[in-house]
Design a binder for this molecule. Sequence first.
Ligand code: AMP
Ligand code: ZN
Length: 472
Amino acid sequence: MKLYNSLTRTKEEFIPINPKEVKMYTCGPTVYHFAHIGNLRTYIMEDVLEKYLRYLGYPVKRVMNITDVGHLSSDADTGEDKMLKGARREKKTVMEIAKYYTDAFFDDCRKLNIKIPDVVEPATSCIDEFIKVISGLIEKGYAYESGGNIYFDTSKLDKYYVFNNFEEEDLQDGVREGVEKDGNKRNKADFVLWFTKSKFEDQELKWNSPWGLGYPGWHIECSCISMKHLGENLDIHCGGIDNAFPHHTNEIAQSEAFLGHKWCNFWFHVLHLNTSSGKMSKSKGEFLTVSLLESKGYSPLVYRWFCLLSHYRKSLVFSYENLDNAKMTFEKLVARISKLEKSGEVEVDKFEKYKKLFTDAMDNDLNTSLAITAVYDVLKSDANDATKRALVADFDKVLSLDLLAQADKIAEKPENTDENDPEAEYINEAIKLRTAAKKEKNYAEADRIRDELKAKGIIIEDTAQGTKWKRI
Ligand code: AMP
Ligand code: ZN
């Protein structure tokens, strides 16, 4: 498989350090609020990468942190801890909101068929590891104490800006949200490893350390949690593109300084989900969540499908119009699959031929949109239905769209609704009126009818086979 490596800015053949265990690390969520669907695009595409590696036969060990301390409102060590902000917003303790939003994140993952990594470790459970690595960095001369905090000294490295061509002068104070000049730093690019002093005094979680009562910086968390579970060498490190600088740049600086050798071979970065007004972010208040999409009648797997239709290295624009198109194509695809007969023998030669179309697409830097074209090629082909179903099932090990399960549900269910329901006639009539209103572009009336039905506990869903309804 060829995979784009942000470190070398080229597509490279993926060769694991040890084919018996591919080591993969993922930057986990900062659990101060719900994940937005932009965050989840990154986790969906990382999930596809992990599943494709498994599909190719590699055993994968994947580790993810949960950031529950130290991620300040600016990625560059200034501002307030995001967790504290969340706790204050909800009048709860940091640990209470960490638990609540960690659970909410895994709930979203479950809905989107994102596999939970083999190891998930919250930062607050690794304080001893952070202290050990920071002490090692001080001993080796890569870190210094200043104004009560411990900083990494970037001037000790031959090359600090590994992902881009920034020079120190380009890293202007104030370019990022909330960045203020920190007079304790020897060099502008230096970053905090351990805080004992910060601009806000009410940090809730603090631990004893050789440098006084304090808490870790965000960057050290990922280096240490990765080393704790995956050792000194890593095959792939993943994250959204905004993590490349400063977060991943700092992770590389401190990990390699500590270890004394190269740490991670491949850096996999997912481009952002944007809205028409730019990057989707929590601080801007544009807050699209999976639950919000569900409440508007979109199944979470339609969002997964929407993400798979684009390459992970292209930014993706979210709009309801784009999502509606994805919903329509997804439902049509499922409807086509539902027509396939279950019986019959799989034709091995045809199976192999179409499997190759799929793997060729995925081997080329995870080209998921082309891999989906392979699904359509299968359905159009002269292969028998059993072969088609077997291929769909095989590809879905990676795509994780529950294609056969959804298709079988359609095939088994009568077209529409429960005609024995005492209100069936009234509901069907209301749906007809709503359809007519939509045709006339009278969306206000259409929404009014939908809301009226909802108030009676009836949910309606527009599908490729017409409007369906069910009781909650
Ligand atoms: P956070 O919870 O803020 O630490 O972010 C979790 C993950 O989502 C990280 O890998 C980020 O790089 C990624 N991310 C943040 N914003 C976006 C976005 N708009 N689109 C895609 N990924 C994002
Ligand atoms: Zn990280």
